[in-house]
Ligand binder design. Structure first.
Ligand code: NAP
Ligand code: GLV
Length: 314
């Protein structure tokens, strides 16, 4: 019997139980409550599937063979100073998760491109007015982070005719996308972006990257979409850019504190559209299949797939 510790405060436990039971009856799914009550000994835990675990959790598990992130991001694990870094860590890479993110990005790019925020405001005023509308090919969308998710969104936006730019840490050539990289490439990238999309991982280098300095380098009246992490953004700087008109509108899926506190200025800002971290929710079916596959690989002495480079931080 293999013992897997499952922890997530936002996921429905029964969906995961059912999915594991359907595929591999020899995996015993246990929770933090089982551990804390003494029903399961910490030494018995072989693997951990985690979303935002409490700090110090993995350090309590001496028999751990691997840590599986329940999402694509791993910042929720790396933020633990006592994280077990001596065992492999994997993240979710799944075509369905990627497709959901691309839907989210395309939906909101189109909302900004087709000036839906302006039409919403006109509707509230009872005004019938047509606004100037550039072609998609006349609109440049810039994506910060062109990895699994950013790369797919770039392809979909390109297929719709948008002019697409991408910014990465290292140099890449991507057909149909104007590519920039590193600090040296950021100014030229930003200068042309009328719609900026953040799909970066949260690392020491990217935390707070969406700040007053960066927003000032966008063309006046640009729009911003954040589907990555709340801590990429300096909230006060974003609100100020919206209030001065430097930014026309923002779509935000992720926040410093989630759920977003009721008194936060984003909730009722007329230029903000917000969603509750749903851009691309992990599908238990895909994640369980991946975890089971990786447990099999590790038990056979093979390397797991979708391994994270802990030194790089994503
Ligand atoms: P990924 O495949 O690892 O791609 C990361 C991209 O970011 C790469 O292109 C990388 O550049 C670039 N990058 C990293 N650090 C950088 C830096 N300092 N400067 C410039 N570029 C940098 O990640 P992914 O699977 O696309 O996921 C991205 C993030 O999306 C996740 O980490 C997670 O936070 C977020 N996410 C959000 C949701 C949601 O529902 N809102 C769902 C899933 C994921 P290189 O190519 O040069 O390495
Ligand atoms: C969600 O935010 C993820 O990282 O998968």
């Amino acid at each position: 019997m293999i013992t897997l510790l499952f922890h997530s405060e936002v996921d429905r436990r029964e969906w995961w139980d059912d999915e594991f039971a359907r595929h591999r009856g020899d995996i015993n799914l246990v929770t933090l409550a089982d551990l804390d009550s003494g029903a399961v000994a910490a030494e018995a835990i072989d693997y951990a599937l985690l979303w935002k675990p409490p700090a110090g959790l993995t350090a309590r598990l001496p028999g751990l063979k691997a840590i599986f992130s329940l999402g694509a991001g791993i910042d929720h694990l790396l933020s633990d100073p006592d994280l077990r870094r001596d065992v492999p860590m994997t993240r979710v890479v799944d075509p369905n998760l990627t497709a959901r993110m691309t839907e989210y990005v395309v939906l909101h790019v189109l909302r900004h491109h087709r000036r839906q925020h302006d039409y919403d405001a006109l509707q509230r005023l009872g005004k019938w007015r047509a606004l100037a509308q550039p072609l998609a090919s006349e609109r440049r969308v810039g994506i910060l982070g062109l990895g699994v998710l950013g790369g797919d969104a770039a392809r979909a936006l390109g297929a719709l005719g948008f002019a697409v730019s991408g910014w990465t840490r290292t140099a890449h050539a991507v057909p149909g996308v104007e590519m920039f990289h590193g600090a040296a490439g950021l100014d030229a990238f930003l200068g042309a972006c009328e719609i900026l999309v953040c799909l970066l991982p949260l690392t020491a280098e990217t935390e707070g990257i969406i700040n007053a300095g960066l927003l000032a380098r966008l063309p006046r009246g640009a729009s911003f979409i954040n589907a990555a992490r709340g801590r990429h953004v300096v909230d006060a700087d974003l609100l100020a850019a919206l209030d001065t008109g430097q930014l026309a509108a923002a779509t935000l899926d992720v926040f410093h504190v989630e759920p977003l506190p009721q008194d936060h200025g984003f909730w009722h800002h007329p230029k903000v559209t917000l969603t509750p971290h749903i851009a691309a929710v992990t599908d238990p079916r895909a994640c369980v299949a991946q975890v089971i596959g990786n447990i099999g690989r590790i038990e056979r002495g093979e390397a797991p797939i979708n391994l994270v480079d802990l030194r790089r931080g994503y």
